[in-house]
Ligand binder design. Structure first.
Ligand SMILES: C[S@@+](CC[C@H](N)C(=O)[O-])C[C@H]1O[C@@H](n2cnc3c(N)ncnc32)[C@H](O)[C@@H]1O
Length: 257
C-alpha cells in the first residue's frame, strides 16, 4: 500500500519503477514520464478521442489489454466503471500500473496475461480497450479473433501505429484474378511487415494503413461506429456468420480423426 507516502517517497518509488511509457500525474508536481518523446503521452492521444467514449461507465466492466502503466484503466475507472481489469504480459509495467492506481485512489485489478490467453478469463466485458498492441504482435488477426470470440461483449476501442495512406474507401467484395491495379492504390488495405526494427523497437512487427485497420476490425466481427482520430476506431462487437475460413485458427481444427 502506498497510502501515507510523502511526496519524496512517491517520487523515489516512481523512479525505482521506471522507465515509464505512460506519463501520469501522481500529484504534488510528480509526473511519471515528463520527457516522453511523444510529449504528454498518452494524455495527448486520449484528448483526441475521449469524447467518443461513454462519459458514464457506471455499472460497466472494462478490459484494458496491454494496459502498460495503467493510464486508460485509470481513466475508465474515473468514468465510473464498476470493474476494470488491466492485463499485460510485462510484470514491470503491471507494477507501475498498480502503483499509479494506488496513488490516484482507483481500485483496479491488474493481471499478467497475454492477449492470446484472453479466453482463460472466462468473462466478457462491456468495453474492451485494445490500444497500441496490435502492431507488436506476430499474429495480429488471431488476437482480434480471440478478443471477439472470448472477451468482447459490446464496445471495442482500437488503436494502432499506422503508416501509409489515411484514406479509407470501399473495397470490392470480390475481384477477377487479372484485376491487379487496386493493389497499387495507396488506400487499399495494407499491412506493412517490419522484419527488422522500427523506431529502435524490434517488437514493432506491423504498420497497417488506416484502411487495413478498418478492414481487419470488420473481418474480425467489429462494426466501426466512430473513427474520432486517424489511429483510433470505436467499434461494436457483432455476431459474424460462422465460415470455415474465419475465426481463430487452431492447428487441429478440421483435421479428421
Ligand atoms: C505501446 S504499449 C501501449 C500501451 C497502452 N495500451 C497505450 O495505448 O498507451 C504496448 C503494450 O502492450 C503490451 N503487450 C505487448 N504484447 C502483448 C501481449 N501479447 N499481451 C499483452 N500485452 C502485450 C506491452 O507490454 C506494452 O505494455
Amino acid at each position: 500500500m502506498t497510502i501515507g507516502l510523502s511526496p519524496d517517497e512517491i517520487r523515489a518509488k516512481a523512479e525505482r519503477l521506471g522507465p515509464w511509457f505512460h506519463n501520469m500525474d501522481l500529484g504534488n508536481g510528480i509526473w511519471t514520464a515528463p520527457d516522453h518523446f511523444l510529449g504528454d503521452y498518452p494524455g495527448v492521444k486520449f484528448r483526441g478521442f475521449a469524447h467518443a467514449l461513454p462519459a458514464d461507465l457506471t455499472g460497466k466492466s472494462v478490459l484494458d489489454i496491454g494496459c502498460n502503466g495503467g493510464f486508460y484503466s485509470i481513466e475508465m475507472k474515473r468514468r465510473g466503471a464498476s470493474r476494470v481489469l488491466g492485463i499485460d504480459f510485462d510484470e514491470d509495467y503491471l507494477a507501475q500500473a498498480r502503483f499509479a492506481a494506488d496513488i490516484t485512489g482507483q481500485e483496479i485489478e491488474f493481471r499478467q496475461l497475454s492477449v492470446y490467453d484472453v479466453g482463460a478469463l472466462g468473462e466478457r466485458f462491456d468495453l474492451v480497450i485494445f490500444m497500441g498492441v496490435l502492431y507488436h504482435l506476430r499474429h495480429p488477426l488471431l488476437a482480434l479473433d480471440l478478443i471477439h470470440e472470448h472477451a468482447a461483449k459490446d464496445l471495442l476501442v482500437y488503436q494502432s501505429l499506422q503508416r501509409g495512406s489515411p484514406v479509407i474507401e470501399p473495397v470490392p467484395e470480390n475481384a477477377e484474378f487479372w484485376d491487379t491495379a487496386m493493389f497499387d492504390a495507396p488506400s487499399y488495405p495494407k499491412l506493412h511487415f517490419i522484419e527488422g526494427s522500427y523506431a529502435d523497437d524490434p517488437t514493432n512487427w506491423w504498420a497497417p494503413n488506416a484502411a487495413c485497420s478498418a478492414a481487419m476490425l470488420r473481418s474480425a466481427g467489429f462494426a466501426i461506429l466512430d473513427h474520432p482520430e486517424e489511429e483510433v476506431f470505436v467499434c461494436r462487437r457483432v455476431e459474424v456468420e460462422p465460415k470455415p475460413w474465419t475465426g481463430p485458427v487452431y492447428p487441429a481444427k478440421g483435421v479428421p480423426a
